[in-house]
Design a protein. Sequence first.
Length: 75
Amino acid sequence: LTAYRQFLDAHPEEWRVLCRNLAFSYFDDAVQRAVASSLRAVMRTGGVLVVGREECVPDGVAGFTRSSPWLYIAT
């Protein structure tokens, strides 16, 4: 059997997300928090969020633990 899947559709429980050099650089704190929360909502626990080299997820956003300067693990 062959299973066909549309890869352009949203996939729940993504385990790696690249969000670099935009959301956590140019938007204000409220938008950054909303973006981080939205990303966490579609990531599975243990998933990885990669941000830009000079970026960080705002302090106090639930659901992420910083693993390195630009790498966050979904908790």
